[in-house]
Design a protein around this ligand. Structure first.
Ligand code: ADP
Length: 401
């Protein structure tokens, strides 16, 4: 069915994901990912009619240049599909205090996303660039763009989870609270897991781990997210590709007062130079590299070990919120879906809470497939490939139906 196709654009900090799909049949006609933006050898990988293509676009390619490449070289050969795009759905990381659901884009929504840049300085400006480019390159669909917010999934968290122990007025006056991120991914994999396990979603208790360049863990009780590791901004929580995650705030005073760094320099270090990149001694933020070198290089071992240490701590602490029953743990995202080592090291640490890894199932799981990796008759642990594009497309058409 070629009607009601949705173009999904996900402008990330260093990548651009795209897809043209039918939200009802869930069929993806063409989809792909541009990586290494603003670095040497920026490349695109895309899938069309079950074939995979891979092209180097050039050096230091920007978001706009990649979108032009996608339109001129990938969409060009699929004209019939492109002509049937009716809507454009955008991932937007932060909806702030006011936006808690998907919105048709107009000047007020653009303004609100701009206002929320303070909550997601790395993401919202790039998400806005995606919206403005789509309006420019697809002018006939300018009133058919929808923003789908990562933060919406967390709107029902209790205040015990979303409030910081700061003066209460910071929350009331300035909206300083925990907002979460990766909502679409946590929602998608938890829904799929409830279907696989045949447990009604509104009674489902699950801990979901989205592990990619940005990483977060959520705990969902009776189908509602009750806590998540990302906070006021997507900097809090787990160790990430280039973000530090949890930190004693006094380190920021130290960097400023003792090391003489400006606030901009500190922000740059915490967002762009920390995490796996920082721990590996500035070598890489790419998990594939540190996984491959885990047994060969101290820095790689250190990076993976710290990543898994923090992840298992979060998972174990979230079991206290489950009302006595854990139906499943889920791994997803580029690392969660592919890293045998991360799943193994993390699950071994969770022995105390009854998690038992089946080494062979973990080893043999094919990339892109879903599957169980727990020992028989123990808490189900699933690997589920995420599909944020599908949620964005479904939310997009919902706004017009
Ligand atoms: P994001 O959407 O947050 O940009 P992804 O979910 O695409 O990120 O995940 C990117 C991360 O996944 C990178 O650190 C990459 O190295 C890691 N990754 C991808 N494939 C593998 C693999 N086969 N083994 C280990 N890590 C992988």
């Amino acid at each position: 069915m070629l009607n009601d196709l949705v173009l999904v654009l996900n402008f990330g900090s260093s990548s651009l994901k795209f897809a043209i799909l039918n939200p009802d049949t869930e069929r993806k006609y063409v989809f792909g990912l541009v990586e290494r933006l603003y670095l040497s050898y920026s490349f695109v990988t895309w899938y069309y009619q079950r074939f995979k293509y891979h092209t180097i676009i050039g050096n230091n390619i920007s978001h706009i240049q990649s979108l032009e490449f996608i339109i001129n070289h990938i969409f060009y050969i699929n004209k019939k599909i492109v002509c049937n795009i009716q809507f454009i759905g955008h991932r937007v990381v932060h909806g702030g205090k006011k936006i808690t659901e998907s919105k048709i884009i107009n000047s007020c929504i653009i303004q609100e996303i701009e206002n929320n840049i303070i909550y997601a300085p790395l993401h919202n400006p790039i998400n806005l660039l995606g919206i403005k480019s789509a309006i420019k390159y697809f002018p006939h669909l300018s009133k058919k763009n929808v923003a789908v917010f990562d933060t919406s999934f967390f709107r029902d968290m209790p205040e015990t989870s979303y409030l910081y122990a700061l003066p209460y007025s910071f929350y009331i006056k300035y909206g300083v609270r925990r907002y979460g991120a990766h909502g679409m991914s946590h929602y998608y994999v938890s829904k799929i897991a409830s279907e696989i396990l045949k447990i009604q979603f509104d009674t489902f208790n699950v801990i979901t781990c989205h592990l990619g360049n940005g990483s977060s863990v959520s705990v969902i009780v009776n189908g509602i997210c009750v806590d998540t590791s990302m906070g006021f901004t997507p900097m809090e929580g787990l160790v990430m590709g280039t973000r530090s995650g949890d930190l004693d705030p006094a380190i920021i005073f130290f960097m400023h007062m003792v090391l003489g760094m400006t606030i901009d320099e500190i922000q740059h270090i915490l967002i762009k130079k920390s995490g796996i990149l920082g721990l590996s001694g500035g070598v890489t933020s790419d998990f594939r590299y540190i996984e491959k070198n885990y047994y060969r290089e101290i820095a790689s071992k250190r990076s993976v070990d710290i990543f898994c240490h923090r992840l298992s701590k979060y998972i174990a602490s979230y079991t206290t919120l489950l009302d006595g029953r854990l139906d499943a743990i889920i791994f997803t995202g580029g690392i969660g879906e592919n890293s045998i080592l991360v799943r193994q090291l993390t699950m071994i640490k969770l022995f105390m809470i009854g998690i038992r890894l089946d080494m062979q199932l973990n080893q043999c799981l094919q990339p892109g497939q879903y599957g169980f990796i727990n020992k028989k008759d123990t808490t189900p642990v699933l690997v589920i490939p995420t599909n944020e594009e599908l949620i964005i497309a479904q939310e997009t058409v919902k706004c017009f139906r």
